[in-house]
Design a protein around this ligand. Structure first.
Ligand code: PLP
Length: 369
């Protein structure tokens, strides 16, 4: 298989962790459809969410999502609101019955927040924590202490802030739920080990506003029904993600992004492309004779987010400002890790990774002590 390559005509390279760069063809189509969708004389932002044009958009978004993700028929595909953070609460609300607990693998800030929210509803056990090693690693299967009696297990496939990523889905004795906000559809997904996946849209799927939830029907059947309607997965499933006014524009863009990835050759093809892109940046780190240090352990490196530092915070700041003057923006690291972070999601152009790697080499040569 030959990996596709994403190109861009835009001069500015956007390394933002999210909201993040979107495919140019999606933005161009959206710009046209904002004025007039399907020759209806009405723009996509103005159509009723119950009219035929939006029916088509939702139907296609769901069927393209299923085709792209190779999602089995026993999973429901929902578009909800409240961001990925909304799921931190909605998951325990739905699946932690009276006196039940859940097992969480804590690999960084986003899982820590999920644990905190779950603890407001029931018992959230931490089955493994990377806190002591500054979240540089991903656990080995044998080190995760699943309790065996949990209502569900929970983990995050890609840790946006710390730049670590699981290479495979862990085996969990309970139904396993994954936060895939920052690496969904960047590679194939092993559904045989998963009961639910969710992702905020604003990294690999589209603009902020929609949260993709993919949940197995047998887990859905176990959800509590004594909750307000907006917090019930089964209500959203029954109503085709249109129980109330949905985030139509975000779902519409997600649909265009799904078609775009399908046109690139699907998840196997983008996975190869993402490996090649990330390798360009990691090579620049590894060949810098220690000038750059990556935050993640080398066997836990993310292909989506690459946090790294130079020898000093002053040089980090100089790197970020000089890079900006070369058209490379939003490279500042997250405040909890500091340094520099390059986020290179599906839509980030390959040439941008080469340009960053080249700049890294030049900057190291000019600033080596
Ligand atoms: C892995 C992960 N989970 C959850 C979130 C929270 O997403 P949201 O802002 O949509 O609530 C983020 C945001 O960056 C994230 O990277």
């Amino acid at each position: 298989m030959t990996a596709p390559s994403v190109t861009s005509h835009r001069q500015t390279l956007n390394f933002s962790a999210g909201p993040a760069v979107l495919p140019e063809c999606v933005l161009e189509q959206a710009a046209r459809d904002i004025i007039d969708l399907d020759n209806t004389g009405i723009g996509v932002l103005e159509h009723s969410h119950r009219g035929p044009s939006i029916d088509r958009i939702f139907e296609e978004a769901v069927s393209d999502c299923r085709e792209l993700g190779q999602i089995p028929d026993d999973f429901e595909i929902l578009f909800l609101q409240g961001g990925a953070s909304g799921q931190f609460g909605m998951i325990p609300m739905n699946f932690l019955g009276e006196g039940r607990g859940a097992d969480y693998v804590d690999t960084g800030s986003w899982t820590t927040k999920a644990v905190k929210d779950a603890a407001t509803i029931g018992t959230a056990r931490v089955a493994w924590s990377g806190a002591e090693s500054q979240y540089r690693s991903i656990p080995h299967a044998a080190d995760i202490m699943w309790s065996g009696e949990a209502a569900y297990g929970y983990y995050c496939t890609n840790n946006t802030i710390y730049g670590t990523q699981w290479s495979e889905v862990p085996q969990c004795p309970a139904p396993l739920i994954a936060d895939m906000s920052s690496d969904i559809f960047s590679r194939p997904i092993d559904w045989s080990r998963l009961s639910m996946v969710f992702a905020g849209a604003q990294k690999n799927i589209g603009p902020a506003g929609a949260t993709l939830v993919i949940v197995r029907k047998d887990l859905l059947e176990q959800a509590r029904s004594d909750l307000p309607a907006m917090f019930r997965y089964d209500v959203h499933a029954k109503k085709g993600s249109r129980y109330n006014t949905p985030p139509v524009f975000a779902v519409y863009c997600a649909g265009l992004v799904f078609k775009w990835i399908l046109d690139l050759g699907g998840l196997d093809a983008v996975a190869l492309m993402n490996q090649r892109k990330a390798a360009l940046v990691y090579q620049a780190i590894d060949e810098s004779d220690g000038f750059y240090s990556g935050h993640a352990d080398s066997d836990a490196r993310s292909l989506m987010n690459i946090p790294f530092t130079t020898p000093t915070p002053e040089l980090d700041a100089a790197f970020i400002s000089e890079a900006a003057s070369h058209g490379m923006t939003t490279l500042k690291g997250h405040r909890s890790v500091g340094g520099i972070r390059a986020s290179i999601y599906n839509a980030f152009p390959e040439e941008g990774c080469s340009r960053l790697a080249e700049f890294m080499r030049e900057f190291a040569a000019a600033n080596r002590g």
